[in-house]
Each structure stands twice: as structure tokens, then as C-alpha cells.
Design a protein around this ligand. Structure first.
Ligand SMILES: [Zn+2]
Length: 410
């Protein structure tokens, strides 16, 4: 008996060690403006090898066309979709300049710095505004959020990066940014970092779909090799487990020159990750850029307060989820919320708020309006039973995830 007990205790200890040993870290890379069909056709080797270790899938950006969440397929807007896990109706980044982000929709960097544990962060970027404007480093509105390891601002150095034909000085900056990112991953190993590379977008604006861009998409992919090698070096030499995500901020018009609109190709993006254990959402048609933020939160084990989490427009593509893809229909003053369920028997609880104070730093009163089985995949609310409002937001909450949606009566 005693020996059995001893063995049982040993096994418990081993299980504890196995589940807690590796420290999780994450790095995500945005390579600007490469439509999904370009990746499919060119099969860039580094993105391909990351996807082959884990997974690669098409995704969308742009919110829901002609709906409240419709979001232009523009660069800084795309980066902010990723940073905040929300569409433009919430984060308010509506172009590439003169921006007024609503910082109360926290970036993933702010979320990292609000954790009890001290998580370190890194930003390696060919465009300084990612740090100074979108993340809002050092601004009172972001609680003076700080990035620990930074390499950016090279585009402002017009002496060392003098303008070159075809804007190739931007490609040179990307090369330096990748080198700095790889060095920092090897030596500092930030818990969470973002690498941003600009040149592919510049090149497409000059040459559209072209042999020139085939070449520079492949050369940009080759630059990623040192980051991927740095991650593999960390995993081989330290007790660390890394999530790598490579993605883009928007697709392009059919001729490849422009972007900003809602055509299929402009909305078409893609996500490659080295992580094997993705869930069914990753391969679904509703995978999108706003799923990256909640995925990173889940990977890193970040705790996000309920009122903040319920504002997220995406869902994690790792771990268990019960429901996805929330839509709504209004008939005779009744709103029917519909979702897709993976046949989960878990309960779905539906909450409603008729204010949006959250956007400006305030609080909303979420009222429970009903429960049903997640597998019923819908719930109807008779709005006549509640005081009339010009704004409604809903959260459908299950054990493993939640979905949210606005309704603004016309
Ligand atoms: Zn872009």
C-alpha cells in the first residue's frame, strides 16, 4: 500500500512538472498587404515550413460589409484589428494618419502589462507609428504603457536609409528590423513581441501583381528565416514553448496595386502558425484578423476582465470553444441572435447592455436576458419588454468562449 501511494505521489509530481515546465512565449509578424492567393501560388518556403509544422489557413479582414463593423482594408486599421481584437467601430483607427485610437480597447501589449506577472514585450517595426500612435507608448490614455525591447524609427533616418529606386530603402529597413528581432528573440526572448515589415505593400503599390512582386514576396519570406531560426534556437536551448504567427493586414485589388475596399481579394488575408493544436475555428470560413488577440491571450494565459473580454470581436483559434459566428435578425421588435455550435451541451447565457460607456472608459450594465443550450444555436429577445434604446449590445457566453454583437435600430 505504501509503495502504491509513493508511486501515485511520484506520478502526480511528474504530471505537475510536465504541465508547468515550459514557459510560453509568442511572436507575431505582419508582412504588409500580401493577398492569400499570392501565398498559395508562390508557396514561400519559410511561411510554408511554419505552416507545415502547425497550420496555414485563409482568413478575412474588413469586418462585416455594409454593417456596423465594416472596416476599410487599410494598413494601420488592419494592424489595429490585430492589436485590439476589435473592428474599427470600436478601436476608431480609420486610416494611416491623424489617428485617434480609442485606447480603452486595449492592445495586446496593454493586456500583457496589466497582468500580475511581469511579462516582457518587444516591437521590431519598419513604421514607428505602430508604437507611438497605435500602441500609444507612454501616453497617459494608455496608462503610459511601455515596450521593453524596441527596434524601430529607421524610416526617419534619411541619411542611413536614403531613398532608393522602387522604395527599396524600405526593404533595407525590413532587413534590419528582422535582424534586430532575431537578435532580441535569441538574447532577450520577450514574452510577447510583434514584428512589422513594410516593403511588400510598397512594392505592390508600384508594380501590382508582377514578377517583381513574386520576387519580393519570396525575398521577404527569406528574411523571416532568421526569426524562425531564433525561435527554434530558444526552444532547443531553453525551457520555452513559442507560438509564431505570420499574417498580413489586408489583401489587394484584383490588379494588385491598391487596397482599402471590400472586394473579396482586398478582404482576403491568411494566417500561418507553428502551433499544432488549433481548434475547428482555425479552418472555418470565419477565421479573421480579430481572432489573433484572443488567441495570444489564451496562449499566454493572460487574464482579461469580463467587461473587457466581452468587447472582443474575435475568438481564440486554440483551445476549446463552444460557439462561433454570431449573427442577428430583427422582426416585429424581436431580435433573434444566431450562432454556430460544435454540438456543445454547454449552456449559453445571453446578456444585453443598452449603453456603450465602455468606449469612453466608463462601464455598462450587462443584464442577463436568458439562457439556452448552446446547441440550440439561437435565442430571441422581445425588445418591447425592455426600455426603448437607440443602441444595444449583446454577449452570448458559454463555458469555453463568448461572442458579441451590436444592434443599432435604424
Ligand atoms: Zn498594409
Amino acid at each position: 500500500m505504501k509503495l502504491n501511494r509513493f508511486i501515485a505521489i511520484c506520478m502526480m509530481c511528474m504530471a505537475f512538472v510536465c504541465t508547468t515546465a515550459k514557459q510560453r512565449k509568442a511572436v507575431y509578424v505582419v508582412v504588409d498587404g500580401i493577398p492569400a492567393d499570392y501565398i498559395d501560388r508562390l508557396q514561400p518556403p519559410v511561411i510554408g515550413s511554419i505552416g507545415a509544422q502547425g497550420h496555414y489557413a485563409h482568413a478575412y479582414t474588413g469586418g462585416e460589409p455594409n454593417e456596423y463593423s465594416a472596416t476599410p482594408t487599410v494598413s494601420a486599421i488592419g494592424y489595429t484589428n490585430i492589436l485590439t481584437g476589435t473592428w474599427m467601430n470600436k478601436h476608431n483607427v480609420n486610416g494611416n494618419s491623424n489617428l485617434s485610437p480609442r485606447y480603452n480597447y486595449w492592445t495586446i501589449f496593454k493586456v500583457a502589462k496589466e497582468q500580475k506577472r511581469n511579462y516582457t514585450t518587444g516591437l521590431f517595426s519598419s513604421w514607428i507609428d505602430n508604437r507611438t500612435v497605435l500602441i500609444g507608448e507612454g501616453k497617459p490614455e494608455t496608462g503610459n504603457v511601455k515596450i521593453d525591447f524596441v527596434a524601430d524609427g529607421f524610416e526617419l533616418d534619411t541619411i542611413n536609409f536614403r531613398r532608393r529606386k522602387d522604395d527599396l530603402h524600405i526593404f533595407d529597413i525590413d532587413s534590419l528590423v528582422c535582424r534586430k528581432a532575431a537578435e532580441s528573440i535569441r538574447t532577450d526572448a520577450p514574452d510577447l513581441s510583434w514584428v512589422y515589415l513594410w516593403y511588400t505593400d510598397s512594392g505592390f503599390h508600384l508594380y501590382g501583381n508582377s514578377q517583381f512582386m513574386d520576387y519580393y514576396v519570396l525575398r521577404t519570406d527569406a528574411q523571416l528565416q532568421q526569426i524562425w531560426e531564433a525561435v527554434k534556437y530558444r526552444e532547443a536551448n531553453f525551457d520555452e514553448e513559442w507560438m509564431v504567427i505570420i499574417t498580413t493586414d489586408h489583401g489587394r485589388t484584383d490588379n494588385g496595386y491598391g487596397h482599402g475596399g471590400q472586394t473579396d481579394r482586398e478582404r482576403s488575408v491568411w494566417i500561418a502558425t507553428n502551433v499544432k493544436q488549433v481548434n475547428q475555428h482555425f479552418a472555418s470560413a470565419t477565421l479573421s484578423l480579430v481572432d489573433i488577440h484572443p488567441t495570444l491571450c489564451r496562449w499566454m494565459g493572460f487574464e482579461v476582465p469580463k467587461e473587457r473580454s466581452w468587447e472582443l470581436d474575435g475568438i481564440p483559434f486554440i483551445g476549446k470553444t463552444d460557439i462561433a459566428d454570431l449573427t442577428s435578425e430583427v422582426n416585429d421588435g424581436k431580435i433573434t441572435l444566431k450562432w454556430a455550435s460544435d454540438a456543445s451541451n454547454n449552456r449559453a447565457t445571453i446578456y444585453m447592455a443598452t449603453t456603450n460607456n465602455f468606449a469612453n472608459g466608463g462601464h455598462d450594465k450587462w443584464e442577463k436576458v436568458g439562457t439556452t443550450s448552446a446547441r440550440n444555436e439561437q435565442f430571441t429577445i422581445d425588445l418591447a419588454k425592455y426600455p426603448a434604446s437607440k443602441f444595444y449590445k449583446f454577449a452570448v457566453v458559454t463555458k469555453n468562449n463568448h461572442l458579441t454583437r451590436w444592434y443599432i435600430p435604424k
